[in-house]
Design a protein around this ligand. Sequence first.
Ligand code: URA
Length: 282
Amino acid sequence: MKSMKLKSADIPETEEGLQYHIMLKPGDVAPYVLLPGDPDRVPKIAKYWDEARHVARHREYNTYTGKYKGVPISATSTGIGGPSTAIAVEELLRIGAHTFIRVGTTGAIQRDIKVGDIIITYASVRLEGTSKQYVIPEYPAAASPEVVLALIEAAETLGVRYHVGITASTDSFYTGQGRPGYKGYMQSWMKNIIPDLQAARVLNFEMESATLFTLANIYGVRAGMVTAVIANRVTGEMVAGAGEEDAIKVANEAVRILYEWDEIKNRYGKKYFYPRLILYKK
Ligand code: URA
């Protein structure tokens, strides 16, 4: 990398507001940002937009900005896990984002959830470390009700098979999700993690939502998540790419719905959306 003068070690951005990790400045992203983990999923999301331009790529952070059905939208990849997700959220907030929808993949832990289905999460179990660098462990990692509702409406409209519930968000894809480590490494709690979470009606594992939801609540912005089920830990089935297109379509459509609801809220001077508000729509 060429040398780049930043404001200070505490404020790692340029005078124009270019953020150190994501390499984006104010004006580069829309207020509504989709957050896949995988940088290669960003163009797959943008291919459904009316217009899309590649804005930046640095480390795991790949960003496109454009319009979906006339609505300004961006997608930025977060990389895998809490630490890189927290960096993306911190820096996107500084340049004007206010609504985040993670579009990820997941491993289901309930038998009736099929590979290829999608899951909409309304809260996450904080089995990761990044959110604990922000706030006490008892603080809830809850999604925004408006984003959850918009994702449900999008899934219904598109006719995809979906589930709604609680997700366990871990820092480890292998041992933290009860998979054996290298050469079969295992501890007793790892054998119990899936049955214990199943008993508590947790639907699935993934690795970013607890960080995203915790930060969104602390900072007073909206966040939600839709994930494609690529594995079922009860049946043992795993199919890379299963459900990915459906999760992408649902996330894009949820942004359009949220935009519409935000316009209605603005028109009637309401801070929060509630279903009856739709009846007043002209
Ligand atoms: N992502 C995860 O975190 N776990 C899985 O099993 C699949 C995707």
